[in-house]
Design a protein around this ligand. Sequence first.
Ligand SMILES: Nc1ncnc2c1ncn2[C@@H]1O[C@H](COP(=O)(O)OP(=O)(O)OP(=O)(O)O)[C@@H](O)[C@H]1O
Length: 231
Amino acid sequence: MSEEKAKLELQSVRCIRGERLLFSKLNFQCAAGTLVRIAGPNGTGKTSLLRLLVGLMQPQEGQILWKNEPIKKLKEEFWKDLVYIGHLNGVKDELTARENLLINCEIGEHPVTKEQADHALAMVGLEGFEDHYTRHLSQGQRRRVALARLYLSRHAGFWVLDEPFTALDVKAVANLANLIVEHVNEGGIVAFTTHQEVPIAANNVQRIELTGGRWLNGRMVKKHDLAGEVA
Ligand SMILES: Nc1ncnc2c1ncn2[C@@H]1O[C@H](COP(=O)(O)OP(=O)(O)OP(=O)(O)O)[C@@H](O)[C@H]1O
């Protein structure tokens, strides 16, 4: 991990998608070594919040800071610290499982050996599939190829994971939960969404609870209440 300590801050963040105001005045802060669980029912904005955290979307108001600098300004400096595993796996069909890992790590400027890549695949239960083209793998297996990258990403201080435990079997869930705990306890920040109550015994856990939102243009359907803030 880079020398400077991880720190994440959200300052009065407002998020609108389509005609819905999902949340506003969202303030949050956490230091190195924190597991951040983003919880809430379907459609309340969990994935949207992750996309804001990684800079794929911009908030309508407010800002997000990484190591005290707005992520908008940091660009490559921020991306080097970041691993984002979203819904769309970012796994290339025309490459084998192993090649996907080798190339992703190369692009991220942290090249790994074939043996390291194969170990990561084994940790997500893909032993024996190293040379398979990912177009021939199931959705769940493709997701595992994406997640295997985490085993090779200990240098990155900020992991952002959308439903990482979905489609994993019991052993792979336990392995991944252990990896996340180790990463957090070594000073990383891991923000993740999950519908499953997976026990993750990190020392420092914070939770962002999204509970609703409202339609814009007067189409009010649900009371908005986010960590005590009203939209
Ligand atoms: N591209 C888009 N354009 C317009 N509205 C969108 C878009 N993407 C998402 N939304 C709306 O934003 C809201 C929040 O979506 P989001 O995917 O962030 O929720 P979520 O909490 O992650 O949901 P889930 O638990 O079902 O994955 C939903 O009401 C959705 O319809």
